[in-house]
Write a protein that binds this ligand. Structure first.
Ligand code: FE2
Length: 237
């Protein structure tokens, strides 16, 4: 992941900056776009569903893994930040994979998981999805638990409890236990970089190499608003 400080980007400028790194991928939630810019999305802390505030990204995940070809990268640009808190944590899934015991590596080699828009086992809600957006959802992504990043040839764990609904050929109970073990391993602090946002930060990360999560540890009367774009990726292998 890269941090590019001190940027002053309009929605269109942010689009141009993102496209330096690849081709834009549309967001599943088409309704959360910046007014007047249908292909520039945002994350914010102002959505409340059934009396509960939705904090996008509030548990470790990789973005849009419900797609057969999930986005290779995501980028955020900080427009409005709380006075403190609201960090984003990233964990290195290459290091997490490398450190697994040999027998675990052998056990999970070749395993595939079914990633849907919202798993019935998800630890959190994704908020409201319009009918139009729901109709446009892709078929589930069926992805290896271990994928190789084509940019660096390194293997990485590819996990997302928000979207993983099953592991092919496994009972759900056993699959959930395995995913929980791998998540506990991968989210240890030794694998983590914690980004403290500053105004003007553009951050871009490789979804094939890291998981990330947002933090709701700030005053919700303060606005946290970031532009968000994703870049097209390939079918995980
Ligand atoms: Fe995310």
């Amino acid at each position: 992941m890269l941090v590019i400080r001190d940027q002053d980007l309009s929605p269109e400028g942010f689009k141009k900056a993102a496209q330096v790194f690849g081709e834009l991928q549309l967001h599943d939630k088409k309704e959360t776009h910046v007014p007047g810019h249908p292909d520039v999305y945002y994350v914010s802390n102002d959505q409340i569903v059934n009396g509960k505030r939705i904090i996008p990204g509030e548990s470790f995940h990789t973005d849009h893994s419900n797609h057969p070809a999930p986005p290779k990268a995501t980028t955020l640009f900080a427009v409005s930040l709380p006075s403190h808190g609201g960090d984003t944590q990233y964990v290195n899934m290459h290091s997490a994979y490398d450190d697994l015991p040999q027998e675990t590596k052998q056990r999970i080699d070749g395993m595939k998981a079914v990633h849907v828009y919202l798993s019935k086992y998800s630890p959190r809600s994704l908020g409201h999805l319009s009918e139009e957006s729901r109709k446009a959802l892709p078929p589930p992504g069926i992805h290896p638990l271990v994928r190789t990043n084509p940019e660096n040839g390194r293997k990485a764990l590819f996990l997302n409890p928000v979207r993983m609904e099953s592991i092919v050929g496994m009972e759900d109970e056993a699959a959930l236990a395995l995913i929980a073990d791998l998540m506990a391993h991968a989210t240890q602090q030794k694998y983590e970089y914690r980004h403290q946002w500053r105004h003007g930060d553009m951050v871009i990360w490789d979804n094939r190499s890291v998981m990330h999560q947002a933090n709701p540890d700030y005053d919700m009367n303060e606005r946290r608003y970031l532009y968000r774009l994703m870049l097209k990726g390939e079918v995980p292998a």
